[in-house]
Design a protein around this ligand. Structure first.
Ligand code: NAD
Ligand code: HSO
Ligand code: ZN
Length: 869
């Protein structure tokens, strides 16, 4: 796989505010990411999420040397991984089955000798990575022995921005230059401190033509040649800048393809050939086609699978009523039957002609399915590419139902649980399915495990220094972290104080009305939780005990704002604080990149009387609320959900006696468990599952299917996929569904047993007589009863609170409610008679404990009474 002359280094944890966008980087084919033990988990999410956009060059030399994490990175889709010499030695063990050309050796001069490196590289396809430009000469010297033909590929990383001249000089060693994406623009080479991508890219190419142009092959996403053109430094720059096909006409200069004909091209990526003298532009061709003769390619109309996809896509948009294809699109059962039928016929075909015939039929129906699900040929190919990068292959055995000699099962027959190692990843969004009757309770525990979180060591390693810095440096540290993590470099202030300007809470009438209505319902439900009067009990004559509530005076309410801004959480936390009578209410929420806070949150802060909004998120916001800063008021209790950093920080500060602050509960990634029986509407079930899956890739959803047939299970799966594909957050949903499961059980009793074991944050009952079944609920944050109660009503407007315990903590925690904002104080009041009745018991127990002052406090009074009598 040829690499590019220029590879942008990209910070996937805190994307840089300046320089190349992710989209522009994708045009260059390659991206460099540095993975460390701290960001490893995020890298494992980032790579699959953006797979297909890039080839990943992953620097992993600081990961543990046992090789396990490097293998996971390769499995996730990393094209090449940079390792230390120690890691490399281990990874060469055949048990890892890793191709040498996917590994690159990091040169660390001073740590290993030149002989070590030479021995490691000798006669292999290993590349070398030079992390320090100062070492280029050293490496160049010993690489010379390989001659130019067999020399390993060299990757040079720049700590600081090189000048264009320096970069050109290094190109002479034919290296790929790795340059921080924030130092690159597609625009001007003159801009101070910034380098132009086109300049550098083109200087890494050689032209074999006398006019200095580069021969350029233009292809579609399937690699079908559309035509041949020429590129220059200038046209490459323009193409990257505009994200479209721009070439160099030998007669007319710069040629913006389609500028006059309308047949424009969206640039997908630019690749370079093996010896660096020819380019390949992959584009999405618009309009009639590439050729001036109005055909799709300069070699005529395209054929094969690309043409089939084009035809099916246009039929899907407007198939003639009554046509066979239209019927197929409308009737999933017919399409499924045809796919099964053609697969069987292909298996039975004997002659070459028959095999070709049946395979073509199967592909036709398979693509009909793809097109109806919005899946393109490029998606399928991307999937194949991802699978080809896996180091660990599937065992390859077929499922039992296909190996016992029987024909395809009928729809009504039970479906065996899919083996997770064989899960279908062909673009379909589908939960894994298990049958409770076929697994042990130990296996069930494993299946219902929440997606793994980052190890607490990793999180604490990030969170503790943040807390310490905010505790010690106050606003300065708070501001610094917000600028860094929330990408608002120009933020000047840490707090927004009441009264809030009208201009900061301008809302549409609809949104304002929705907030007002939800506010009223939440207020009503939480006000009803108020204790009417103190509890008073006379435990024995003359001994009166009472308990009364007082609001916690100062509360800090955290409103998440990472993957989605959640004004509804501001309502859920703010309204009960108001009802409870907390004197000081402080909101905290990550600001938007321009430093502002979502107007809905400001409006809610105004409605509940919050005196300030801290413009910060994550551990730094929690620390500021716990200890206070020059501008942030210290609070007595911190409430609110958040990601792992927020939750960990809440735990840390609540354990610090120096902070004297308490917290509500561990409320992490949203989750839902739906119990559905034959009466449930598959579309409703799927919609409820998706409503929580869209929160984040770390969310999990569980379906407990009570005695559903294969058809009913299929109907839910089909709905889930179809509804998911139409969601804007489909990528997040895909991540969440990847670790979500259906468990099929025989009875409602078993369903509740599983649900109580899981202790879900939200429990939805879509079963006959749902209300009567509520008594079976032992562990859950909040229950949603019957088919007309989607979970989202609780998230926003019904009146119940949505800040709830996750991760199984519903076994011991309640969700936020009025009691979360109050503390109870008890009092005792004894009459003389009361003390006479109680005194001897107190004195006897004090004597047992050897605490004489306790005993005397009673005795002195009783003696006094005796004397006075
Ligand atoms: N259980 C509930 O009741 C409930 C209710 C609402 C939301 N939620 C959950 O709350 C969570 C909200 O998470 P979110 O991430 O969207 O928002 P968030 O506000 O909790 O986190 C964003 C903050 O995380 C910090 N951060 C991000 N990456 C970091 C890094 N690498 N190092 C240090 N700090 C970093 C930043 O400071 C950023 O401001 C979701 O999981 C959602 O499901 C739960
Ligand atoms: N379902 C989340 C609680 O787990 C809360 C929420 C806010 N907005 C939408 N949903
Ligand atoms: Zn929600």
């Amino acid at each position: 796989m040829a690499t590019a002359p220029l590879i942008p280094a990209y910070d996937f944890v805190v994307p840089p505010a300046t320089g190349l966008s992710l989209q522009s980087i994708s045009h260059l084919s390659w991206i460099f990411i540095a993975v460390t033990p701290e960001n490893y988990a995020q890298a494992l999410e980032f790579i699959p999420q953006t797979f297909g956009l890039f080839n990943f060059l992953v620097e992993a030399s600081s990961l543990p040397s046992d090789g396990a994490q490097i293998k996971e990175l390769l499995n996730a889709g990393a094209s090449k991984v940079i390792t230390s010499l120690e890691q490399l030695k281990l990874l060469r063990d055949p048990k890892f089955q890793i191709n040498e050309d996917r590994l690159i050796l990091a040169i660390a001069r001073g740590k290993n000798t030149r002989e070590d490196f030479e021995n490691a590289i000798r006669d292999t396809s290993l590349g070398v990575f030079v992390p320090d430009v100062a070492d280029v000469a050293f490496v160049h010297g010993w690489l010379e022995q390989y001659g130019t033909e067999n020399r390993p590929s060299v990757f040079i990383s720049f700590e600081s921005t090189p000048t264009i001249e320096e970069a050109f000089e290094l190109m002479k060693v034919n290296a790929s230059l790795i340059i921080d994406s924030k130092d690159l623009t597609v625009d001007s080479a003159k801009e101070k401190g910034f380098l132009s991508v086109g300049e550098i890219y083109a200087s890494g190419l050689k032209s074999d033509r006398s006019d200095g142009l580069f021969t350029t092959l233009v292809v579609d996403e399937q690699g079908v040649a559309l035509g041949l053109v020429y590129s220059s430094k200038e046209s490459i720059k323009e193409s990257l800048k505009t994200g479209s096909g721009v070439y160099q006409s030998r007669k007319r200069g710069l040629w913006y393809k389609g500028a006059t004909s309308g047949a424009t091209q969206e640039l997908v990526r630019i690749d370079i050939d093996c010896d660096g003298d020819c380019l390949r532009f992959t584009v999405r061709q618009k309009g009639k086609g590439f050729c001036h003769l109005e055909t799709r390619t300069c070699f005529g109309e395209s054929t094969g699978l690309g043409a089939l996809q084009a035809t099916l896509t246009s039929r899907f948009a407007s198939a003639p009523e009554g046509s066979y294809t239209a019927r197929l699109f409308k009737d999933p059962a017919l399409l499924k039957a045809k796919i099964m039928e053609e697969a069987e016929e292909l298996c039975e075909a004997k002659t070459k002609d028959d095999v070709a015939w049946e395979a073509a039929d199967l592909l036709y129906f398979a693509f009909t399915k793809c097109v109806s699900a919005g899946v393109t040929l490029a998606d399928v190919e991307r999937n194949l590419d991802a699978k080809s990068l896996k180091v660990v292959r599937r065992k390859g055995d077929a499922k039992e139902k296909w190996t016992n000699g029987t024909k395809a099962q009928t729809a009504a027959a039970p479906i065996p649980p899919p083996d997770s190692a064989q899960k279908d990843t062909n673009g379909r969004i589908e939960m894994k399915r298990y049958f409770a009757s076929e697994i042990s309770s130990g296996e069930l525990d494993g299946i219902l495990k929440r997606p793994s979180q980052k190890s607490s060591d990793t999180i604490m390693g990030i969170v503790n220094p943040i807390i310490k810095a905010v505790k010690e440096d106050g606003d300065k540290a708070l501001l610094g972290y917000t600028q860094k993590f929330d990408r608002c470099p120009d933020l000047k202030s840490t707090v927004l104080r009441a009264p809030y300007a009208e201009s900061l809470m301008t809302l549409t009438p609809e949104v304002k009305a929705a907030i007002d209505l939800s506010y009223e319902n939440i207020l009503k439900f939480h006000a009803a939780q108020k204790e009417a009067k103190p509890l008073e009990v006379e435990t024995m004559p003359g001994v009166r005990c009472s308990r009364f509530a007082r609001p916690i005076e100062r509360v800090g309410l955290y409103i998440p704002g990472g993957t989605a801004v959640l004004p509804s959480t501001a309502l859920m936390l703010g309204v009960p604080a108001l009802v409870a009578g907390c004197k000081t209410i402080v909101f905290a929420s990550p600001p938007r990149p321009d430093g502002s806070i979502t107007p809905e949150i400001v409006y809610i802060a105004h409605k509940v009387g919050a005196e300030a909004i801290v413009l910060a998120g994550g551990a730094q916001a929690v620390a500021a609320l716990a200890y206070g800063t020059e501008s942030v008021p210290k609070v007595d209790k911190i409430l609110g959900p958040g990601n792992q950093f927020v939750t960990a920080a809440k735990m840390v500060v609540s354990n610090d006696t120096g902070a004297t602050v308490s917290i509500d509960m561990p409320a992490g990634p949203s989750e839902v468990l739906v119990i559905a029986d034959k009466t449930a509407n598959p579309a409703f079930v799927a919609s409820d599952l998706l409503s929580q899956a869209e929160h984040g890739v770390d969310s999990q959803v569980v379906l407990i299917a009570v005695d559903l047939s294969a058809d009913q299970l299929q109907a839910i799966d089909d709905e889930l996929h179809a509804q998911a594909m139409a969601l804007p957050r489909v990528d997040i949903v895909r991540g969440a569904i990847d670790h979500s499961v259906t468990v099929v059980v025989d009875s409602v009793e078993k369903a509740f047993e599983v649900s109580n074991l899981y202790a879900p944050e939200h429990l939805i009952l879509q079963i006959a007589d749902a209300k009567a079944c509520v008594e079976k609920v032992q562990n859950a944050g909040s229950v949603f009863i019957g088919q007309w109660t989607p979970e989202s009503v609780g998230d926003y407007s019904a009146g119940v609170n949505h800040s709830l315990p996750t991760y199984g903590y519903a076994k011991q925690y309640s969700g936020v409610n009025l009691a979360t904002y109050v503390k109870h104080i008890t009092s005792s009041e004894l009459s003389a008679e009361g003390l006479r009745n109680l005194g001897s018991a107190v004195m006897d127990l004090a004597a047992v404990e050897g605490l004489d002052a306790h005993r005397m406090a009673v005795k002195i009074r009783l003696d006094h009474m005796t004397k006075a009598a």
